[in-house]
Design a protein around this ligand. Sequence first.
Ligand code: FES
Length: 103
Amino acid sequence: MSIVTLNVVRGDAATGRRTEEYQVPYRDGMSLLDAIFWIREHVDPSFSVRYSCRSANACKECMAVVEGKAGYLCSLRAVPDSKVNIEPLSGLPWIKDLATALE
Ligand code: FES
């Protein structure tokens, strides 16, 4: 079985910023948002990420910094046996984990 490794910034203003590593079972067509849903379901239900449409790039709520570039977690595909770094958007008020204020 293939794995996707996510290195994700977690925390909030009170606890500070840290990076956590998660090993997620890969499945065909999996988006990075799907991988985060897996983490929420199987590892840590308190993981915060903002989303609404989940696949249409319509709501723009899932935007994060992936490998140093802004992108939509719902449309970026996970790559089997890869490692990916994910951070919250900069320049917006940080709420928690990958969630930032929308404006
Ligand atoms: S969840 Fe709406 S653009 Fe990604």
